[in-house]
Design a protein around this ligand. Sequence first.
Ligand code: SF4
Ligand code: SF4
Length: 114
Amino acid sequence: MTLYFEGASHLSTHAFNFDCQSCGACCAYFRVSFYWSETDAHPEGAVPQSMTKAISLHQVAMLGTTQKPERCVALAGELGQAVRCTIYEKRSSTCQAFAMGTEACLQARKSYGL
Ligand code: SF4
Ligand code: SF4
């Protein structure tokens, strides 16, 4: 199973220490996709299926992240000011794996002038 923020590179990590709760750029930049069984349509899934859409036979994406401009439906608040994930405890492995300070993080932040 391959889980990733599309277009993102997690190859290098830098010694940055950003405050994600005053950022949110990655949640409004990448298509956030993952295997459908991570949704609550599966007995062991947690991500609300109602917040996802099917993008292939086995993959779903967070609503709002397959359009332009992207913004995950689960993201609350104002980008670059104060944000929070409304399904934080139930977020996908893709979101859990996304690391602050990576090239992908910097790429998302740069797109919003952060
Ligand atoms: S882009 Fe980076 S700093 Fe901003 S919320 Fe995502 S991981 Fe945190
Ligand atoms: S589910 Fe939460 S952490 Fe994942 S992209 Fe959406 S707002 Fe961000």
